[in-house]
Design a protein around this ligand. Structure first.
Ligand code: FNR
Length: 387
């Protein structure tokens, strides 16, 4: 595809290449990269590819239906858009574009704590409730305010991320000086932005304001990465424990999903603390490099929870086939991070709609050719040599 970019993009990776051409290098790297040597990032994708499906024929697959439920809501397929910070820098009002595309497929969109579009902006254009993601912030008064705002704006599900006690060592971002405003780094970033005039107009100018929409009162300066970093350093709370989840549970009346669990004991603790579900995740390989892939951790967690709470997973899902693989290993659903950002950055809202349609079609093909008609019928029986 590298030589023939005028052809219609078909896959998440095709959109990745388009995104690379449209975004300034430091922003593309921020999306694309992982922690340290990106070993976990690569394992997330590779381990999916190693899971073989079992082709089964002559089963009457004339009534394929991908619909299901996630966190108590009807969905067009068991897929949600993961929270992505700063998405409004990758597409004009990026979160809004993604929400509209997700609505079209009856899929949940998750707004990040550090999204560019505020809750109110999304509420105004959404035909359906969306999900809100939160990190634990030291200022518990601010947490309460954010929860009330999320509720007032119709959010049904709170995704609480627990794998960011500290920020992972992302070498690409360090090389690009992404969080530093010293003269050398600023000039380098300005140079990269200068090579993408389309981005300057479409997002840099027409996509304003670039506040962290939900935190505009505490970080008022648009585009101030240094203020952002300082705020993260002082406000992201590394002292958080399961007791804080119980506190959060008492405040949040909707569904609560704990995101960033990799181990059985943590998944059980999340359920004990009153969560409605866990998201098996290593933050897309952006936090602790060297941990195992999410998909390899999934089966033990679904077995241990035994249906007590919902189990979702993310990390490395790149197609509808991967959705199928995760479901066969016991997940109720999956989230995608980079694929939706690549499609939105590379092809806008239409690009993301196109990619979601492809994922749905791929899931339907996998169901038809493994001999099942309903999501609930997908089990390990549709898998071959499990490694
Ligand atoms: C993320 N992720 C993330 N997670 C979260 O809980 N809050 C956030 O603000 C962000 N921000 C963010 C930005 C970018 C650019 C990426 C790539 C990821 C993690 C995300 O929700 C999800 O866990 C991973 O992206 C899943 O892996 P894949 O699908 O990207 O392989």
């Amino acid at each position: 595809m590298g030589q023939t970019m005028n052809v219609q993009p078909a896959t998440a990776l095709d959109y990745r290449r388009l995104a690379e051409k449209k975004l300034p290098r430091f922003l593309f790297d921020y999306i694309d990269g992982g922690a340290n040597d990106e070993v976990t990032l690569a394992a997330n994708v590779r381990d999916f590819q190693a899971i073989c499906l079992r082709q089964q024929v002559m089963r009457d697959v004339s009534s394929i239906d991908t619909s299901s439920t996630l966190a108590g809501e009807a969905v067009g397929m068991p897929l949600a858009l993961a929270p992505i910070g700063l998405a409004g820098l990758f597409g004009r009002r990026g979160e809004a574009q993604a929400l509209r595309a997700a609505n079209q497929f009856s899929l949940p969109f998750t707004l990040s704590t550090v999204g560019i579009c505020p809750l109110e902006e999304l509420r105004a254009l959404s035909s359906k409730p969306f999900w809100f993601q939160l990190y634990m912030i030291r200022d518990r008064g601010l947490i309460k305010e954010l929860l009330l705002r999320a509720q007032a704006n119709g959010c049904t599900t709170l995704v609480f991320t627990v794998d960011l006690a500290v920020t992972g060592m992302r070498h690409r971002d360090m090389r690009n000086g992404i969080m530093s405003n010293n003269l050398k780094n600023s000039l380098a970033k300005a140079w990269q932005i200068g090579t993408r005039p389309g981005w300057i107009w479409d997002i840099g100018i027409m996509g304003r304001p670039h506040h962290f929409g939900n935190l505009a009162e505490v970080i008022p300066e648009p585009n101030d990465q240094a203020a952002f970093r300082q705020w993260i350093g002082s406000q992201f709370d590394p002292s958080v424990t399961w007791e804080d989840i119980a506190w959060l549970r008492s405040l949040w009346p909707g569904k609560l999903l704990i995101k960033g669990v990799q181990e059985v004991n943590d998944a059980l603790a999340a359920a004990d603390a009153g969560a409605d579900g866990v998201i098996v995740s290593n933050h897309g390989g952006r936090q602790l490099d060297g941990v195992a892939s999410s998909i390899s951790k999934l089966p033990a967690i679904t077995a241990a929870l035994g249906g007590r709470v919902e189990v979702l997973m993310d990390g490395g899902v790149r197609s509808g086939l991967d959705i199928f693989r995760a479901l066969a290993l016991g997940a109720n659903g999956v989230l995608i991070g980079r694929p939706w950002v690549w499609a939105m950055a590379g092809g806008g809202e239409a690009g993301l709609r196109d990619l979601l349609a492809t994922f749905k079609r791929e899931l339907e093909v996998a169901m038809a050719l493994t001999g099942v008609n309903r999501i609930a019928e997908i089990t390990p029986a549709q898998l071959d040599n499990l490694r």
